[in-house]
Design a protein around this ligand. Sequence first.
Ligand code: GLN
Length: 489
Amino acid sequence: MSAESYAWTAHEIRDAVTSGAVSARAVAESYLARIEACDQKVQAYVDVWAESALAQADAVDARLARGEDVGPLAGVPVGLKDLFCTKQGFTTCCSKILKGYRSPFDATVVERLADAGAVFLGKLNMDEFAMGSSTENSAVQVTRNPWNLACVPGGSSGGSAAAVAADECAFALGSDTGGSIRQPAACCGCVGLKPTYGRVSRYGLVAFASSLDQVGPLTKDVEDCALAMNVLSGRDERDSTSADLPVGDFTAALRPDAKGLRIGLPKEYFTDALGADMREKIEAAVSALEGQGAEVVEVSLPHTEYAVAVYYIICTAEASANLARFDGVRYGHRAAAAADVEELYRRTKTEGFGPEVQRRILLGTYVLSSGYYDAYYSKAQRVRSLIRKDFLDAFEQCDVIVGPTSPTPAFRLGEKTADPLEMYLSDIYTISINLAGIPAMSMPCGLTESGLPAGLQIMGKPFDEATILRVGYAYEQNRGLDMGRPAVA
Ligand code: GLN
């Protein structure tokens, strides 16, 4: 273990803090110094909570000194994507319309992390309202990929992924509506899990598309991902879509082999759309898993080609409804001197929302409008059912499905901003999972020729995050890769 605790994983920090080998304050100071050293370049944080982080760390140390049990994340420094409501600081979704907004309550996941002993370092950059795949839609700043500062970190949880990759937090929370945890995790070489829809409470997560959104962790390794999932998962009375199912212990289910597991490879994912370099990395990872005792079978997900189109009908429809509340009356920005309420709404939204958010509201309003509802929205819902059925059928033949997270490694800043469709296609492998409501994790599987990380995606049956984590852990323990860490500072 390196002397600098910012380089440790969450479970290493927790063990060192609980055993008294290091104080929670020293860990928090190490991370704050790291942020100081790196974030000028990476720009992952939109707000750093230095003072309160040190106070929280001191509280952890004081409780330990009294012999109290602090929790499974004792002294672990965490960063939060800026769409989790927090009483502390601001909650802006990196939008001008919520500039200066303070939430009167904490999201359930924030409460759970606090109860587990975590220390909050601050809020992380994101695409405005989580719409995007590069974090370039943030109204605040441009986050850079720690592996190559000329490249994007992915999105929309780009600040979260960049902060984890640059060791600016032990782990981060993100949200995933169509790939926003997994794609940035892949771009930045971290582990990112989108849980099953309903596994983690969405209470206090600012809604983008409510039938697709899920909260999940971005971590440095698979064990940390399991640890975070133990804390985050479970029924919450304040979110009626959260599932009342046993959570179990995800860390206890980790095993260093894949014996007896069947891995499905979807033939629709291994086409020319997948770059040769990326394909080679995925195939090597699959061989490594075979070496660990897994059996590989080919599966088919025949409706894959419709996923991007279906997603951009459903997510925009839901976004147009969810974002109607930002009208200048109740929250955030309000246009000055409007003559009547209609002008107030129009001017507030025109001034407050960025171009991508406006595009989605317009698209969503259109697909829901009378005369078009049946042609677009209802049809998309029917195809969505077929996409879910594809996965459930494939899972008759295998325990997990494995493929790429993203067709290419991180792209250059500005490369896709002029063409929204190009940007939308970054999520071609992640979107179906949200439409189906199933869990999936991205984890690093080497560096491509460009020196940027490649992401392996492991998809599981509904509520079977345990098997995903087990397969990921088996691969991580035996992959024989030393990717190193990005050299930021
Ligand atoms: N990139 C996708 C989009 O722009 C997914 C975003 C997300 O998962 N929040 O909608």
